[in-house]
Ligand binder design. Sequence first.
Ligand code: DQA
Length: 144
Amino acid sequence: MASALLVLNGPNLNLLGIRDPDAYGTASLDTIEREIEEAFPAVDFTFRQDNSEGVLIDHLHAAHEQGVDGVVFNPGGYTHTSVALRDAVDAIDPPTVEVHLSNVHAREDFRRTSRIAPVCVGQMSGFGAAGYHLAVRYLLNRVS
Ligand code: DQA
């Protein structure tokens, strides 16, 4: 059976390509998602992006209910603030990998703290779009 993964992006990541290209690169989210699909043709991906905390939580709950094999999650700015998203990641069964395009540890102090990472299986930070691919690879190795 094909592996099923949710790739979930949080606030402002819909602006990739025009938002701070020095930090986040020039590729749009659509391009990043298409490249993930092309790189892993056997995987059944669900791609979601939302700017609202509650909707992101609903997507995490849905991933649990649908029994997906893993979640690749870039929580954007909510990484550093959201107890509710942390609780949602902690509550669901699918293993979650936190991804950041930029190296959050090399930027402002407030970005060094993640409320989400302690309930994830790991964190990718600073590898640009390749971080999503590495997270997918990890999750596929884990389920196979
Ligand atoms: C980000 C890093 C966060 O600190 C920031 O708020 C974002 C993007 C990243 O992908 O590097 O929105 O998650």
